[in-house]
Design a protein around this ligand. Sequence first.
Ligand SMILES: NC(=O)c1ccc[n+]([C@@H]2O[C@H](COP(=O)([O-])OP(=O)(O)OC[C@H]3O[C@@H](n4cnc5c(N)ncnc54)[C@H](OP(=O)(O)O)[C@@H]3O)[C@@H](O)[C@H]2O)c1
Length: 350
Amino acid sequence: MATQTGITIAGPNQPYTVVDTIPRPTVGPKQALVKSLYVGLNPVEPFMQHSGILIAEFPAVIGSDTTAVVLEAGAECTKLRRGDYVFGCAPVGLNRFSPFQETFLVDEAWVFKKTARVGLEEGSTVGAGSLTAGLALIDGLRLQLPSPGTAAPRRDSWVVVMGGSGTVGQYAVQIAKLCGYKVLASCSPSKAEIARKAGADATFDNRAPLDEQLGIIERVTGGGQFRHVVDASAQAFELSIKALETIAREEDKFFATVDDWSEMNVSDSINVYRVQFGTLGRLEQPLGKHVTGVIAELVAAFEGHIETGALRPLDYQLVPGAGWDRIMESIADLEAGKFTKKPVVKVQEE
Ligand SMILES: NC(=O)c1ccc[n+]([C@@H]2O[C@H](COP(=O)([O-])OP(=O)(O)OC[C@H]3O[C@@H](n4cnc5c(N)ncnc54)[C@H](OP(=O)(O)O)[C@@H]3O)[C@@H](O)[C@H]2O)c1
């Protein structure tokens, strides 16, 4: 059996180890074997390493956002060929699909095919953020995406995005705008420009006292012209529900959140959707099947919106150097809050 190098974790809260004994995966008919070129780092990496949650097998290979080049395409692939570049987010926790190793598998329906529109480095800022936000806003809040190249009707209604400066939040802002809504986003005042650049019409301080934040939401939305709130920070449950219960004046209220782990009690008057990106590729589970189907639709739609420039990769911080050590150090830096933009690490030369 052919083996390759990469980083593994022996069990929950075990350190990363560089090894050269990882089995090289074999392609399925609609999959491609790709070479890992860049990875974008997300909070899910330290979360998985410390908790072991979402990991299906140990020793585990992890990683989420990636840019890679196709080495071999499966017999039934219609989108990908050898030499194509791809970017996106791995179905987390499944070794054979994880980018912290020399080569791994992608399913062609869940991965973006790169064009000249997107740089190799910035490609690895797109997957987890856009698809998590897509699940929240399209599957959860039930917003209608326009077809690529067409403009959505302008809606006289706000979408409130909690955490509009983060990876998921910046895409939530972009997608809500794409769907024709006005966007009010929360963030640290020092990051207001990031949310504005993503398209937010107005921002407010996510660390201000709750009543102050509610007051701003009421004032900016013209006394409650909204029914959609998305918490892209996993920190704003109470504020989100209070805003919907006490300020929103529109019927049919929707709350979508990236927090799929906390206990939440919400009255029946609000539709609640909790994003579970981690079920991507778990086709044996009903939810995994649903999420995987939605993600395939989102990838196809977002490829079109990226091509027209309506959906844009994020600003990022490229870590100097390349290789497994840089990835391990950068995850520690991410945990220590050292990055001001999304970190991208070069894995290896093409
Ligand atoms: N359920 C799922 O399937 C799923 C999928 C992807 C991500 N997630 C989770 O979603 C969350 C966001 O991920 P990300 O990659 O976007 O992270 P990120 O880039 O670090 O962004 C975090 C966001 O949260 C805001 N924030 C941080 N602390 C806050 C606080 N105390 N009060 C209010 N806002 C606060 C930040 O705002 P400022 O920096 O401007 O203060 C920023 O906008 C993470 O918890 C991640 O694990 C879940």
